[in-house]
Design a binder for this molecule. Structure first.
Ligand code: BG6
Ligand code: BG6
Ligand code: GLC
Ligand code: GLC
Length: 917
C-alpha cells in the first residue's frame, strides 16, 4: 500500500517536473487570455482591411467573395457530380439532392490517390488526372450517358468574379503544380475534360471547402452561417452583409466570404507570437513566407512543429538523455495523427512511448511525459489561435446583425478537429470564453463539404435553367445579317411602290410629296413664327434669319399639351394651340404683328401645296377627333379666327423630318435626308422629280416624307415581329398601324420592355415572380429611363435606384436582367432603323448611277440624342448594309422649327415673286 502511494507520489512529482520543464522551454508558445483577445482584435482589423476596396490589394487576409448568396432553403434538388480536391483526400462523388419531395441527400463516392508527382508536377497534367478520375468514376457508376452539372470543391484561395470561375491566387498546403497560379481553374478543368469525348459535364460552381462545409451543415441547421476547416490546412468562411463587400456590386442581402485566414500574419502581423520553431518550419515548407497562421494551426504542420521542438530539446539534453535518432532528424516523421494519439486520455502515454520507439529513440518515463506535454502545448496553441480568429468572426456577425446576443451555428470539418481527442472541446471552450455574447453551436460536417457544394450547384443549376429561359426571350430580338438585309430589301421595294402612281394609294410607306423643292441657299431672311407639334414637346418659336451670314436667332417656349387635349376634340386641340401662340406673342411683346408662320406638324399629311396638308391619320400619342381627312392649316386658321385676337400668315406646313433636314441643310448643303428617331420614327429625303409619279414635272427634286413608320403594316415584316410587339400594338391607340415605328421609336421601346418584363415575371424569372401595379402601368419606361438604364457608366446599384424610382422593387440580379432586356430591344430598334436608312441611301446611289455616294443625314429625336448606344448601332448598321455610301450623320441642334422657318422664308419669297409676276 505504501509502495503504491510512493509510486503515485513519485509519478506525480515526475509529471510536475516534466511539465514545468516543458512549460519553461515552450513559454513563448503558451498564449494568455489577453494575448488571445489581442489576436482577436488584430484579426478583426485584418477582415476589414480585406473587405475594403482600396486596402484589399495589400491585405494579407484576402476575404474572397464566393458568389454564394444564401444558405440552402430546402428547395434544392437534382442529381450532381462533385469533386473534392485539396484536403487530405481526393474524392469524386455523385450527389442526389431531395428525391421525391423529401429533404434528403444521397451520395456515392470514390477516393482517388493524389501522388506527389501529380500535385507538384505539371499543372495541365494535374487537371488531366482529375478529369481521368472523374471519367473513371462515371464509367464505374454508369453515368457516362448522362449530362450532369458538377460542383467543384477546390480548397485553395481563388479570386472569383462569378460562381463558375476562380483564379488561383496561390497554392497552399501540399500542392504546387506548375503553371496554375493566376489561371482560372474551372476553365483548366473544363479543357482537360474535353479530352473525354463521351463525357458531357458542365462545371457550374467552384467552392472552397469551408463554403462547402458551411452549406452542408446549413442544410440541417439553418442557423449555420460560418464554416471552419481544421484539417490539412485551416480556414473559415462566413456570411457577410453585401453592403460591406466593396469588391462586389450591390448591397442587398449577404454573400459568403472565404476569409483565407491561413494567410493571417503573412505581412508580419503575428511576428511577436511566432517562435523559432515556426520560423524553422516555414523555411522548410513548400511555400516559405506564406500561410503563417495556418502553419501554427493546421494538421499538415502540427506534427512537424512537435518534431522540431523535440529535436531542439534533445540537442539541449532535455530529452532522451541528449540522444537523437536519424528519424527525429527527418522532416515529416511526426504527423498530426501521432500528436493526436499521444494526447489520448488513457493510452496517451503508452502511445507516446510506442511512437518514440518507432522513431528509433529510447524514451524514459519522464521523456514520454515531457513529449506528451509538448504535444499538448502545440495543439492547445493551435486551438487557441483558431478560437481567437473565430471569435472575431462571430463578433463581426453579431455586430452586423445589431443584436445583443447572437445565436449561431458553426459548421466544422477537417481531420485535426475530427481525430484529435481534446481539440474540439478546447476550441469550443475558448471561443465561448472570448465571445460570451454568442450562443454558439458547433456542428461537425459528417458528410464532408461536397453535400454543401451540391447545394450550391443545385442553386446554380436552377439559375442556369432560368438564364436559358431569359436568353430564349432575348434571342427573339437578335437579328442576323440576313434578316437585316431582308428588311433593307423590303423597305427598298416599299419605297419604290409608294412612288408609283398605280400603287401609291395602297402603299404602306406612303411617300408623301412635300412641295419642298430645294435646300435653303443662304439668301433667306426675315422674322418668322414657327410651331413645332408632334414630338415630345410642343413649342412656339420666333426665328430671325439674317441673310448672307447664315445666322439665325431663335426664341422659343415649350408648352404642355395635356392628354385630354391630345385625345379630345380637334377644335379643343387647335384652340389650345392658338392659346399657346397668344401666350407666346404676349410673352415676346409681339401682339398684333402679323408674322409669316411655318407649322411643323409631325404626322402624315397629304399635301397638294406647301401650305395645305390633309391629315391622313394620327400616329403616336395623338387621337383628337374630327381631324383626320381635314386640312390642318385650315383648322389652325379657323381656330385663330375663333379667337379673333390676332392674324397670322400660315405659309408652310412641314413634317418634322423635313424641318430637320432643312435645319441641317442650312449648314451642310449635302444634307438630303432627314431622320427622326424620337417619340416616333420617320425619314424624308430629296427625290428626283422624274421618279415621283404623283406630281407633275420631271425637273429638279422634291422632298418626300416617306412616313416609313407604316412599313410592315401589310405584314411584310411579321417574320421578325415578336409576341411582345403584337402585345404593344394591340394596346396602342392605332392597332395594326405603324408597325415599323412600333419596333423602332421611343414611344414604344419602353412598352416592349415592359411587356417582356411582365412575361419574365410571370415565368418567375424576375421580381420574385410578383407583377406589381407599376409594372402593369402603360408608359412607365420613357425613352429617358431606357437611356439611363443602358448607360455604361452606371453601376448596377444606380440601375436599381432608377427601377426603384419607377416603383419597381428589384434585386441586383433583376437589375442585370432589366438592363439586358433594354439592350436587346434598343439594339434591334437601331438595327432596323439602320436597315431602313441603308435602303434609302443605296437607292439614291443607284438612281444617280454613282459608284460611291456621299450624303449627309440630318437627325433629331430623343432616342437618337439621349440613348447611349442607339446612334452608334444605327450608324454601324448603315455602314454594314450600304458599304458604298459614305453617310455623315448631323445632329440637328436647333430642332425642326428653324428648318420650318427657312422653308417658310423660301415659300414667302416664291409667293412674292409670283405676285410680282
Ligand atoms: C473533408 C471535406 O471532409 O474535409 C474537404 O470534404 C475538406 O472538402 C477536408 O477539404 C478538410 O480536412 P482535411 O483534413 O482532409 O484537410
Ligand atoms: C425635336 C424637333 O427636336 O425633335 C421636333 O424640333 C421633332 O420637330 C422632335 O418632332 C422629335 O423627337 P422627339 O423625341 O421629341 O419625338
Ligand atoms: C488552405 C487553403 C484554403 C482551405 C484550407 C482548408 O488554407 O488555402 O482555401 O480552405 O486550406 O482546406
Ligand atoms: C410619326 C409621324 C411622322 C413623324 C414621326 C416622327 O411617325 O407619323 O409624321 O415624322 O412620327 O415624329
Amino acid at each position: 500500500m505504501f509502495a503504491v502511494h510512493l509510486m503515485a507520489f513519485y509519478f506525480s512529482k515526475l509529471k510536475e517536473d516534466q511539465i514545468k520543464k516543458v512549460d519553461r522551454f515552450l513559454y513563448h508558445m503558451r498564449l494568455s487570455d489577453d494575448t488571445l483577445l489581442d489576436i482577436m482584435r488584430r484579426f478583426r482589423a485584418e477582415m476589414e482591411k480585406g473587405l475594403a476596396k482600396d486596402t484589399n490589394p495589400t491585405a494579407a487576409v484576402k476575404m474572397l467573395p464566393t458568389f454564394v448568396r444564401a444558405i440552402p432553403d430546402g428547395s434544392e434538388n437534382g442529381e450532381f457530380l462533385s469533386l473534392d480536391l485539396g484536403g487530405s483526400k481526393f474524392r469524386v462523388l455523385k450527389v442526389q439532392v431531395a428525391e421525391e419531395g423529401k429533404r434528403h441527400v444521397q451520395m456515392e463516392s470514390q477516393f482517388y490517390p493524389t501522388p506527389n508527382e501529380i500535385i507538384r508536377g505539371n499543372g495541365t497534367e494535374l487537371f488531366e488526372y482529375v478529369a481521368d478520375c472523374l471519367a473513371d468514376f462515371m464509367k464505374t457508376k454508369d453515368l457516362k450517358h448522362k449530362k450532369l452539372p458538377l460542383g467543384l470543391t477546390f480548397s485553395f484561395p481563388c479570386r472569383q468574379t462569378k460562381l463558375e470561375e476562380g483564379v488561383l491566387l496561390s497554392w497552399t498546403k501540399k500542392f504546387k503544380a506548375r503553371g496554375v497560379q493566376d489561371t482560372d481553374v474551372v476553365s483548366r478543368l473544363t479543357k482537360a475534360m474535353r479530352r473525354h469525348k463521351d463525357m458531357d459535364v458542365d462545371i457550374l460552381a467552384l467552392v472552397n471547402d469551408t463554403v462547402g462545409t458551411m452549406m452542408t451543415c446549413a442544410y440541417d441547421d439553418p442557423y449555420c452561417e460560418v464554416g471552419v476547416i481544421i484539417g490539412t490546412g485551416t480556414n473559415a468562411c462566413y456570411m457577410e452583409d453585401m453592403s460591406n463587400i466593396d469588391l462586389v456590386e450591390g448591397d442587398e442581402g449577404r454573400m459568403c466570404i472565404n476569409t483565407e485566414w491561413g494567410a493571417f500574419g503573412d505581412d508580419g502581423a503575428l511576428e511577436d507570437i511566432r517562435t523559432e520553431f515556426d520560423r524553422e518550419l516555414d523555411l522548410g515548407s513548400l511555400n516559405p513566407g506564406k500561410q503563417m497562421f495556418e502553419k501554427m494551426i493546421s494538421g499538415l504542420y502540427l506534427g512537424e512543429l512537435v518534431r522540431l521542438i523535440l529535436l531542439k530539446m534533445a540537442k539541449a539534453g532535455l530529452l532522451f538523455g541528449g540522444e537523437k535518432s536519424s528519424a527525429l532528424h527527418t522532416k515529416g516523421k511526426i504527423e498530426t495523427r501521432h500528436v493526436a494519439a499521444m494526447e489520448k486520455y488513457k493510452e496517451g502515454l503508452a502511445n507516446t512511448r510506442e511512437i518514440l520507439v518507432d522513431l528509433g529513440l529510447e524514451p524514459s518515463e519522464a521523456d514520454c511525459i515531457a513529449v506528451q506535454h509538448v504535444c499538448t502545448i502545440v495543439s492547445f496553441r493551435s486551438a487557441n489561435l483558431c478560437a481567437a480568429a473565430l471569435a472575431a468572426i462571430l463578433t463581426r456577425l453579431r455586430e452586423n446583425k445589431k443584436v445583443e446576443r447572437l445565436r449561431t451555428t458553426v459548421g466544422v470539418d477537417g481531420t485535426l478537429y475530427k481525430i484529435h481527442p481534446q481539440y474540439p472541446k478546447r476550441l469550443h471552450k475558448v471561443v465561448r470564453k472570448l465571445v460570451p455574447s454568442c450562443d454558439v453551436r458547433f456542428l461537425l460536417s459528417e458528410s464532408g463539404s461536397t453535400k454543401g457544394a451540391a447545394m450550391v450547384t443545385a442553386v446554380a443549376s436552377r439559375v442556369q435553367a432560368q438564364r436559358k429561359q431569359i436568353d430564349k426571350v432575348l434571342a427573339l430580338f437578335r437579328l442576323t445579317r440576313e434578316q437585316l438585309v431582308d428588311v433593307q430589301a423590303k423597305m427598298r421595294a416599299e419605297l419604290e411602290y409608294g412612288l408609283k402612281k398605280k400603287s401609291h394609294g395602297l402603299a404602306t410607306v406612303r411617300m408623301l410629296p412635300t412641295y419642298v423643292c430645294g435646300l435653303p441657299d443662304g439668301t433667306e431672311k426675315g422674322k418668322f413664327l414657327a410651331l413645332d407639334l408632334g414630338g415630345t414637346n410642343f413649342r412656339v418659336l420666333l426665328v430671325k434669319i439674317r441673310s448672307g451670314r447664315r445666322s439665325v436667332r431663335m426664341y422659343n417656349k415649350i408648352f404642355a399639351i395635356p392628354l385630354e387635349i391630345m385625345q379630345g376634340t380637334g377644335e379643343e386641340l387647335f384652340d389650345h394651340i392658338v392659346q399657346c401662340i397668344a401666350d407666346f406673342l404676349d410673352y415676346m411683346g409681339l401682339k398684333g404683328a402679323s408674322l409669316p408662320l411655318g407649322f411643323t406638324f409631325s404626322f402624315p399629311c397629304r399635301q397638294m401645296s406647301i401650305d395645305k396638308g390633309t391629315l391622313i391619320g394620327w400616329t403616336k400619342g395623338f387621337k383628337a377627333t374630327d381631324c383626320e381627312g381635314e386640312d390642318v392649316v385650315d383648322m389652325l386658321r379657323e381656330a385663330i379666327k375663333r379667337r379673333n385676337e390676332f392674324d397670322l400668315d400660315i405659309v408652310a406646313v412641314v413634317n418634322d423630318t423635313v424641318g430637320t433636314m432643312m435645319t441641317c441643310g442650312y449648314e451642310d448643303p449635302n444634307c438630303e435626308i432627314g431622320l427622326i428617331a424620337g417619340t416616333g420614327s420617320n425619314m424624308c429625303y430629296m427625290e428626283d422629280m422624274r421618279n415621283i409619279e404623283m406630281v407633275e414635272g420631271d425637273e429638279g427634286k422634291m422632298c418626300i416624307n416617306t412616313e416609313w413608320g407604316g412599313f410592315g403594316d401589310n405584314g411584310c415584316i411579321d417574320d421578325i415581329r415578336t409576341r411582345y410587339d403584337t402585345e404593344v400594338d394591340e394596346g396602342s391607340l392605332n392597332p395594326g398601324k405603324q408597325r415599323y415605328e412600333k419596333m423602332t421609336s421611343g414611344m414604344y421601346l419602353g412598352e416592349i420592355v415592359r411587356q417582356i418584363l411582365i412575361d419574365l415575371t410571370k415565368q418567375g424569372l424576375l421580381f420574385r415572380g410578383q407583377i406589381s401595379e407599376r409594372l402593369r402601368t402603360r408608359g412607365i419606361f420613357e425613352t429617358k429611363f431606357l437611356s439611363q438604364i443602358e448607360s455604361d457608366r452606371l453601376a448596377l446599384l444606380q440601375v436599381r435606384t432608377i427601377l426603384q424610382q419607377l416603383g419597381l422593387d428589384s434585386t441586383c440580379e433583376d437589375s442585370i436582367v432589366v438592363k439586358e432586356v433594354c439592350g436587346a430591344v434598343s439594339r434591334r430598334a437601331a438595327q432596323l432603323c439602320g436597315a431602313g436608312l441603308a435602303a434609302i441611301v443605296e437607292k439614291r446611289r443607284e438612281d444617280q448611277g454613282l459608284e460611291h455616294l456621299r450624303i449627309t443625314v440630318g437627325v433629331d429625336g430623343t432616342l437618337y440624342k439621349l440613348h447611349p448606344h442607339f446612334s452608334r448601332i444605327l450608324q454601324e448598321t448603315v455602314k454594314e448594309l450600304a458599304p458604298r455610301c459614305d453617310v455623315t450623320f448631323m445632329l440637328s441642334e436647333d430642332g425642326s422649327g428653324k428648318g420650318a422657318a427657312l422653308i417658310t422664308a423660301v415659300a414667302k419669297r416664291l409667293q412674292q415673286a409670283q405676285k410680282e409676276n
